[in-house]
Ligand binder design. Structure first.
Ligand SMILES: Nc1nc2c(c(=O)[nH]1)N[C@H]1C(S)=C(S)[C@@H](COP(=O)(O)O)O[C@H]1N2
Ligand SMILES: [Mo]
Length: 202
């Protein structure tokens, strides 16, 4: 049995039962006393920004409803995400005017690069809640990035920092054959599909 989604699905996607858990490596332990979130790299001031867990949780939060598309072809429709929007974070930590991309970093060195425009887009946020509940450890507790309009490998679980980039660089999967941009509506799955000019060297 499959559930009819309210919005059209990107090409090749289907709605599974339940919400699969997908990641590389182990689930990290959350230690609130040492946890921090950093914004670094090409900031406007040249300084880096750092929030403790308590401070980060206290930042202004927003909500957005969005579907979640994994490149392995499952789509989870209608998630209510709640957290700190990319644009709110960028206001708190201004980038150098030449910044074009961000690298979002997680525990154990997982990373994903996205264009600044995608980071600032409606719906992109550092989510703390889904459907009114805390994320579970498997799904990225305490904080995960969600970039609903890109394939979900860009939605970094266990996020710990954002690096501003004046020059684009590939993240974990982008270095391993996945598409640098990852628009599911254009089925940008693999690096061989990239157009010149949107792809730093492999
Ligand atoms: N830190 C981290 N985040 C990650 C991954 C990972 O391996 N490590 N996998 C990505 C991939 S490929 C997908 S499809 C989604 C899956 O999110 P879910 O497990 O909440 O469904 O997380 C993304 N975020
Ligand atoms: Mo994925």
């Amino acid at each position: 049995m499959s559930v009819e989604p309210e919005r059209p699905l990107p090409p090749g996607q289907y709605v599974p039962r339940g919400w699969p858990v997908l990641h590389y490596g182990p689930v990290p332990k959350f230690r609130p006393s040492t946890w921090d979130f950093r914004v670094f790299g090409d900031t406007a001031s040249g300084e880096q920004y750092r929030w403790t867990w308590e401070e980060f949780e206290g930042l202004p939060q927003t909500k957005a409803v969005a579907d979640f598309h994994c490149v392995t072809k499952f789509t989870i429709p209608d998630n209510l995400w709640e957290g700190i929007s990319g644009s709110a974070l960028v206001e708190l930590a201004p980038p150098h005017p030449d910044v074009t991309h961000v690298m979002v970093w997680a525990e154990y060195g997982y990373s994903a690069n996205i264009r600044m425009a995608d980071f600032l887009a409606e719906g992109t946020m550092l989510a703390l809640y889904r459907d009114g509940e805390r994320l579970t450890p498997d799904h990225g507790f305490p904080v995960r990035l969600v970039v609903p309009h890109l394939y979900a490998w860009k939605s970094v679980k266990w996020a710990r920092g954002v690096e501003y980039l004046i020059q684009d660089r590939r993240g974990f999967w982008e270095e391993r054959g996945y598409h640098n941009v990852a628009d599911p509506w254009r089925e940008q799955r693999y690096s061989y599909q990239e157009d010149d000019g949107e792809n730093p060297p492999l």
